[in-house]
Design a protein around this ligand. Structure first.
Ligand SMILES: Nc1nc2c(c(=O)[nH]1)N[C@H]1C(S)=C(S)[C@@H](COP(=O)(O)OP(=O)(O)OC[C@H]3O[C@@H](n4cnc5c(N)ncnc54)[C@H](O)[C@@H]3O)O[C@H]1N2
Ligand code: MOO
Length: 408
């Protein structure tokens, strides 16, 4: 019987329209890296809280330094953290430091390098435009303005911003638990003895473990299940009980031992899609069991990774309520022509890329090794060039879509 394969865009729509939401929890700022904000963050005060000096030097009145050299009387000394009680008047200056609050009357700061101090006087040797070297009150953000939006993915930068607005604890989405189940009689764990040439080391569990963490989930590894129906069912039921989402690898194609697809309905999984017009990763299954979901990815290591980035990654990110759910997509210039024999599937062709600073372009080099089992070719700066259905040739110099699956 001929299978009816669905297209990538349709499959993605199905995935995204089924994403459940997660509860939230309050966590310490120290634990916030790579979590997703579940609240909008407002500034508790202006930043800077008052106009401050951006340099070590002398605070002056612009009027007094129009003509230089100008000799001014030093009437105060304001280290950072101290407030000056003195308004500066005509012919006066204050000694000021980076971060010190600008006193009343002062409108310009002259860096110390352009001055000479003698007794209680300073000679300004160079004039500066009015307002120079002053960071204005609220120039970064104003009290009660939004500094971070709900759905922000927290990087070290956001951690610093949260600290500066006094957020020692923040509301984030709970990490979804993602069960990883690997199938295949031939698969053995790293560290185990290879007894037969037919044995294959399990790489998928480890890429999936990393991928789930990278997406923002909590991986729960259920080990390798043999190609045994009953054992696989038992493991999957357990995974569904413990986890929000289950991801399996292998056993999803047409072989006599590829029974994942057959047993899923037997444990109450409803099919949302199976088999797509994509390369690699065609035999991919997405289903639902009550409020829980399952992605069954093909066993080939490259297909597993690419399907994960295409479907599971945005599913997890959207579950977390993240604003940005996809890996970055850029335009790149194809540096070597791309050819393929068949054009009936959308292809995610692995390419090395280089960012050329001068032209501001990504230069894209398709890998010679495009096999679904060749994971080692995907190390380093590899992205995915999107080749549409119907395209079997792309000439050198053509602009192509490139998905930057890795942040290097
Ligand atoms: N008659 C057909 N055969 C196949 C078709 C088809 O349409 N008709 N589709 C092919 C495509 S495309 C893919 S992709 C694969 C997917 O098959 P499975 O999901 O059933 O994967 P397996 O057969 O279990 O494994 C494939 C390959 O990957 C290796 N593998 C599996 N698990 C792991 C792991 N955890 N770590 C490392 N490597 C793993 C496994 O040893 C196999 O070499 O089906 C095609 N066949
Ligand atoms: O769909 Mo499979 O991953 O092309 O080899």
């Amino acid at each position: 019987m001929e299978n009816i394969y669905i297209e990538f865009e349709k499959a993605l729509e199905v995935v995204l329209s089924n994403v459940p939401s997660l509860p939230t929890e309050k966590i310490s700022l120290f634990d916030s890296l790579h979590r997703v904000l579940a609240e909008e963050i407002l500034a508790d005060r202006d930043n800077p809280p008052a106009s401050v000096s951006a340099m070590d030097g002398y605070g002056v009145r612009f009027e007094d330094i129009k003509a230089v050299p100008a000799r001014l009387k030093i009437v105060d000394d304001i280290p950072a953290g101290k407030l000056s009680k003195r308004k500066i008047e005509k012919g006066e200056a204050v000694k000021i430091f980076t971060g010190s609050i600008i006193p009343e009357g002062c409108d310009t700061v002259v860096p110390v390098e352009y001055t000479k101090e003698e007794n209680d006087f300073v000679t300004i040797e160079k004039n500066f435009p009015k307002g120079s070297n002053i960071r204005k009150q609220g120039e970064d953000y104003k009290k009660d303005s939004t500094v971070l939006e709900k759905g922000t993915f927290i990087t070290p930068i956001e951690m610093g911003v949260l600290a500066s607005v006094n957020k020692t604890h923040i509301k984030v989405s709970v990490k979804p638990r993602v069960g990883i189940v690997v199938t295949g009689n031939e698969i053995i764990e790293p560290g185990e003895e290879i007894k037969e040439v037919s044995m294959i080391r399990n790489s998928n569990a480890y890429t999936l473990y990393g991928l789930v963490k990278e997406a923002g989930g909590e991986p729960v590894y259920f080990g390798i299940v043999d190609d045994d129906k009953e054992k696989t069912k038992k493991t999957l039921i357990e995974a569904f009980e413990i986890c929000d989402l289950v991801v399996t690898s292998g056993g999803i194609s047409m072989g006599d031992y590829d029974f994942i697809k057959a047993i899923l309905p037997e444990i109450g999984v409803e099919t949302l899609f199976y088999k797509l017009k994509i390369k690699p990763g065609k035999p991919v299954f997405f289903g639902k069991r009550g409020k829980k979901f399952i992605f069954s990815l093909p066993g080939f290591p490259v297909s597993t990774v690419i399907n994960f980035y295409n479907f599971v990654f945005p599913f997890i990110r959207r579950m977390l309520g993240a604003q940005s759910i996809f890996r970055k997509k850029v335009k790149g210039v194809l540096a070597e022509e791309f050819k393929r024999k068949k054009s009936n599937r959308m292809e995610f062709a692995r390419c090395k890329y280089v960012y050329d600073v001068e032209s501001g372009e990504y230069k894209v080099f398709p890998l010679r090794k495009q096999g679904s089992g060749i994971l080692s070719a995907m190390t380093g700066n590899v992205g995915l060039m999107v080749v549409p259905i119907g395209t079997d040739y792309i000439p050198t110099g053509e602009l192509v879509d490139l998905i930057l699956i890795k942040e290097l």
